[in-house]
Design a protein around this ligand. Structure first.
Ligand code: KG4
Ligand code: ZN
Length: 345
């Protein structure tokens, strides 16, 4: 079965053709970064207008690249939640138009669950049996959860304020490092010394109650407005050193919470997703941890960390197969989703 996946929940207009939920036959993405970087963030109104202008072209480019005719598409999967509403509307209505004209079934896919499917976009990687731990770290979300089924996660912890990727973007904006901030900080940090600043690690001595929750706004304030207070007296201040020390604090915090979630649930398999999972320091730190603590981590390939149509097609295929049903042309976009069930409280 060949599934067309359509993703337009934020600033990437991305489509992919995926066979049996695993083999990516083609991927075409139009990134709006060049436009939004002037504003150091995604401007929703501009994002939806650019989606409307480019979505046809992305579809044509995908068909050309993969040499597959529209008639060979068996199912259309589209992100319909959560995301920027104007951007979602463009993708969902394009998908509905296509479903109507090609007479193909359509399924609406949850963007968060799709990120958590992204490591399985390869015929050689099989999904562990449920339950397992999942960690989504992106510009909009920071969530640690227990995945019980393909469409069912129980949240163990989430950020109480800013998302992790959002803080990378804010720090980069303040220090004029470019947008999106994550890749810029990742690159600069590689030339820096992470011991230069002793930035505070949130909840380091937390009681059991907030065990897997996260918080990034205090760290953001420390890095942006109070860095001088945390400078190690024997080290030299520099942007590279600041980025390296910031990354160390941000990811030590994340890893502490993942380890707690693993201890609490007894689950040793962790599936990762989201743009921040592309970070080279984090990937190495998690690989080191897996050797020392016998926790295994499943990473998406770098190209599937950030928003992409392949993860939508992949999850859409399993959703269609497992529920044995599709949505109809009444399918609607939703900017938010009901909170996933809380596991701890
Ligand atoms: O998953 P994604 O493409 O979009 C959302 O659903 O939010 O994630 C985008 C986020 C941005 O905040 C970006 O700065 C961050 O992922 N990001 C990174 C890296 N690459 C992208 N953060 C840290 N290190 C990176 N290498
Ligand atoms: Zn995303």
């Amino acid at each position: 079965m060949i599934v067309l996946g359509i993703e337009s929940s934020c600033d990437e207009c991305s489509m992919a053709l995926v066979k049996e939920g695993k083999t990516v036959l083609g991927l075409s993405t139009f990134s709006q970064i060049e436009t939004h970087k002037t504003f150091y963030g995604v401007v929703p109104e501009i994002a939806s207008r650019i989606h409307a202008k480019t979505i046809d072209e992305v579809f044509r480019d995908l068909l050309e690249k993969s040499q597959i005719s529209p008639d060979s598409i068996d199912l259309i999967a589209v992100t319909n939640r959560p995301g920027l509403i104007g951007s979602l509307i463009v993708g969902v209505y394009f998908a509905k138009g296509l479903a109507l004209s090609l007479k193909k079934p359509i399924v609406g896919v949850d963007h968060i669950l799709a990120h958590l499917y992204s490591p399985f976009l390869s015929a050689s990687i099989s999904q562990p049996s449920y339950p397992y731990l999942v960690v989504l770290v992106s510009g909009g979300h920071t969530v640690i959860a227990k995945q019980n089924d393909f469409d069912y996660i129980e949240v163990l912890g989430t950020t109480l304020d800013d998302a992790c990727g959002e803080v990378f973007d804010k720090v980069a904006k303040y220090y004029d490092l470019g947008f999106p901030g994550g890749p810029a900080i990742d690159f600069l940090a590689q030339q820096g010394n992470e011991e230069t600043y002793n930035f505070p690690i949130p909840f380091n001595k937390s009681n059991e109650q907030d065990i897997c929750n996260l918080s990034y706004s205090g760290l953001k304030t420390a890095v942006i407005h109070q860095s001088h207070k945390f400078l190690n007296p024997h080290k030299k201040a520099s942007l590279a050193n600041l980025c390296a020390s910031f990354q160390k604090a941000a990811f030590t915090h994340l890893i502490n919470s993942i380890e707690r979630a693993s201890r609490l649930t007894g689950l040793k398999q962790v599936v990762l997703g989201g743009g921040v999972i592309a970070n080279s320091y984090l990937r190495k730190a998690l690989k080191d941890l897996s050797q020392s603590r016998s926790i295994s981590f499943l990473f998406p390939e770098l190209k599937y960390c950030t928003d992409n149509g392949a993860m939508i097609a992949g999850l859409g295929f399993f959703q269609y197969l497992k529920t044995n049903s599709s949505d109809n042309l009444q399918l609607k976009p939703y900017s938010r989703v009901k909170p996933y069930k809380k596991f701890l409280k």
